[in-house]
Design a protein. Sequence first.
Lengths: 91, 136
Amino acid sequence: MRSTIFYKSSIMCPEGDGGAGSEKPSLNNVSNSEADKLAKQNGYKDAHDLKEAYVGKSDMSKFNIKVDSKTGQIYLEGLQNGAQIPTGLYR
Amino acid sequence: MKKNDNPKVMVEFNLWGEFIDFDEFNRLLNVEPTNTKKKAEYKVPEYAHDTWELSTGYVETMAISVPFEALTSQLSREIDQINCLKEKYCLHSNLIVVIKSHINKMPECILTENCIKFASSTKSEIHFDTYIFEEN
């Protein structure tokens, strides 16, 4: 189900430590089919819809959907800047 | 997406900034947005903006220019008003082309003269958000 709770993010950049006590995620690529499936499982129309909900129209095409291999959490990862945005959603 | 399915293409025109008075937009633009969103509705505050959106929705087509031209022709008479609103509210704009396609059946990707003219006259970036499927 789509969460209606406002989500406070902690964006992690490759150079940063990602916040006190946080462990750097080990992000794996997912296929476009898998990304669509994960989005639908979490209440979104598709991967495009999920990205829009998190980073909006200005930046959505700059991010890919990835999954943390340790926790299964879904992340958005910046193609150029490497920013990692945890979504609080899981596979 | 199966390998014989036709590509699905959606084109969106987005205006965004720190604050948009959507009521004023409705009064001044002769186009109904397909979506409007306030900053607070986004999940990541660092990326949030008030956003006004006009979208074609997904269209089955072998050419991205088909929905692109449909969108720009809807907005072509609003260019002056769009630019006034952009200046008044310090807004940015982009056109997002979303392509969902099987790897063996990609659409023709041509930005026609009309599309480029519209993007240029509204100072809009053109973004591509592509989803290419490889499975059978």
